[in-house]
Every structure is written in C-alpha cells, then in structure tokens.
Design a protein around this ligand. Structure first.
Ligand SMILES: Nc1nc2c(c(=O)[nH]1)N=C([C@H](O)[C@H](O)COP(=O)(O)OP(=O)(O)OP(=O)(O)O)CN2
Length: 336
C-alpha cells in the first residue's frame, strides 16, 4: 500500500548530567518522519524547531529531569504535534529510535575492517576479486529489554574479535559474505547473547546497506543528483543537491546471497538518473509537480518496471528536509 511521509531534521548542542557519567555535552541530531497531509510539512518543521529550541546551548536537565537519549527522544516526539517516528543521535555512533506504535529502541553504530570476495559473481565483476571494506554495523535493540552497554561491553566485542582484520570467506557461515549474508549472520550470532535484538544493518560502503530483522531482508542504495526546481510564482528557479535512497525488500537469492546486486540497482537507475541530474525537475516528462513527493512518485513510475523489489524511495532536498514514500512492503527503518 502506498504511503507518503515527510522527513524533517534538526540539531542542537546541549549539556546534560547522567547518573554514572556526570556532566558532559553532545551535538544532538534528530530526524523525524510523519504522515504527509496538506499543511503537515510546514507544521512539522516549525514544531521540530520549537521542540529543540529550549535545548540549544542549554542544559537538557533544565527541561527534563531525566536527560537520557530515550527521555529526550520521547519529549521531542511529544512536541511534534502529530504522530512521528523519530531518531535521536546523541553521538555519531549511538542514539534512540521511537516509532509511531510506541516501540522504543537504542542503537549502536560500530565497524570492523576486513577482506572478502564474492565467489558466485560473473566473470569480470569487481566483487569477485579479493577486496575489503570498513564494514559499518548498526545493532538495534528493544530499549525495554536491553541497553547500549550490553551491546558495547558484552555482545559486540567477541564478534569484533572474530571479524576485524580477517578474511571473511574463511569464517564458518560466511563463505559468500554479501551484506545480506553478513546481516543475517550477525543477527543470529548476536541474538544468542542479546535479549531484545530488533535488527542488524550492514554497510559495506557509504552508499549501500542491508538490514535483517530475523525475518525480512531490506537493502538500499543511495545516489546524489544536482537539479534545479521552480522557486516562486514569478518563474525563478532554485537548486538542490538531492540525496535519493532506493530501498528494496525481497528474498535473498540462494546462490548469489543478495536481494539484488547494488551494482544492478545503480545500472537500472542510470537512465532515470540522467533525466534528473543537472536538469530542471519541473520539465521531467509526465511529472505531476516539481516538489520532492511528486519527483519521488515519478522516479517510482520510471523504475518500478525495472526494479520490482523497489519498496520505498527517500528523497532529500537538503539534509533536513525531504520525503519518504513507501510503495510496497513494510520499511519503517532506517529513517534515513
Ligand atoms: N545486494 C548486494 N549487492 C552487492 C554486494 C552486496 O553485499 N549485496 N556487494 C558488492 C561488492 O562487495 C561491492 O564492494 C559493493 O558494491 P557497490 O555498492 O556497487 O560499490 P561501489 O563502490 O561501486 O558503490 P558506489 O555507488 O560507487 O558508491 C556488490 N553488490
């Protein structure tokens, strides 16, 4: 079923006091997603700006007795004036996630450095060669069952020791170490020792990722394009460096170990990309309007026949303003 969302972001610099840690400070980042309906975009941006304002260059505990990530996240969500899903990053590697159904999670972003090759790709495919990555890993747990320290101190270190600076293909279960296989392997290894594990994400590069929640595989590929867009009724244009994220949901091919090759996603997107990049978006053939939601719909119309697994498109005009459209499946996370 199609659903259309608005994405809004904000940041604030704040001090806080936490039991066991004491006084310290953070550059907090917050992203929210809300249902799109007439007037909701301006209201969401205004509500979010007003919600973070009391924290900016201030002490969190002046507003909230409990200055934890979860407490701040709950407060910000409550100020948004409409149901939202929310991601609060208190540091580059950690934060809290809340969804509209009342689920609360904490996450840790960590990484390891390793070599691998994909043994089943066709001749000449670059991933058949021995190569390596700084693999990004996001571990997400149900906040009511577990906390960040359990991931950091107990669950992750033994796995890090098994993976870091290793040749992944030599590890049992990783003979075909695609991102999807890695996410499923990490999920199974972590679930054994981590109560409330919700999902695991693996990022081989900055532009591609995969997610496994014990049942469903989701992958994404990101691209940037530079485009002009009408600015006012007088016919003036402005422009943006757009980020588009194409998210796919599907089963993993038993031989290849992936939903679809990230390279194939990029290749199939190329003809669409050429029409978007360095062009005025209101002149796209058949586009309903030049706003981000209409452009995302247009991309979906062009790409759906080529990528049937395409489930969601996120289109950001700026890092703090964009849309997220779901066309099939259920792809709540990542928020962005
Ligand atoms: N679905 C998957 N597709 C691909 C995987 C994978 O794990 N799952 N892995 C690879 C390669 O290992 C490759 O290193 C990463 O591919 P890709 O994203 O295409 O890398 P690029 O550096 O070309 O990405 P840019 O778009 O240039 O940033 C291939 N596919």
């Amino acid at each position: 079923m199609n659903s259309s969302h608005i994405l809004a972001g904000a940041g604030f610099e704040a001090a806080r006091n936490l039991a066991g840690i004491g006084e310290h400070g953070h550059s907090f980042r917050v992203q929210v997603r809300a249902d799109a309906h007439p007037g909701s975009e301006a209201a969401l941006h205004a509500d979010l700006a007003a919600a973070v304002a009391p924290f900016h260059y201030a002490h969190v505990n002046a507003t909230l007795a409990d200055g934890s990530d979860l407490s701040i996240a709950r407060y910000l969500a409550s100020q948004c004036g409409q149901p939202v899903s929310l991601q609060l990053a208190s540091a580059a590697d950690r934060g809290a996630l809340l969804d509209e159904d009342g689920n609360e999670y904490v996450y840790l972003d960590t990484r390891f450095e390793a070599a691998h090759q994909l043994p089943h790709v066709g001749p000449g495919h670059k991933c058949g060669r021995l190569h390596g990555h700084g693999f990004g890993v996001r571990i997400v747990v149900d906040a009511s069952q577990n906390c960040l320290n359990d991931i950091l101190l107990k669950a992750w270190p033994p796995l890090f020791a098994r993976l870091n600076h290793k040749y992944l293909n030599a590890i049992a279960g990783l003979d075909n170490p695609t991102s999807e296989v890695m996410a499923a392997w990490l999920y199974r290894e972590l679930a054994a020792n981590l109560a409330g594990l919700a999902w695991v994400e693996v990022r081989e590069t900055h532009t591609a990722g995969s997610q496994f929640d014990g049942e469903t595989f989701r992958i994404w590929k990101e691209q940037h394009f530079e485009s002009a867009v009408p600015f006012d009724a007088a016919g003036n244009y402005t422009g943006h460096s757009y980020l588009i994220r194409l998210l796919l949901q599907g089963s993993v091919d038993r031989v290849m170990g992936w939903v679809l090759d990230f390279g194939d996603v990029k290749d199939r997107f190329k003809p669409v990309y050429r029409q978007l990049d360095h062009n005025p978006l209101d002149k796209l053939p058949g586009v309903r309007a030049a706003d981000a939601a209409s452009v995302a719909e247009w991309v979906h119309g062009e790409l759906k026949p080529l990528v049937p697994e395409l489930s969601r498109i996120d289109l950001m005009e700026t890092p703090q303003r964009g849309v997220s459209q779901t066309f099939r499946g259920d792809m709540q996370w990542p928020l962005l």
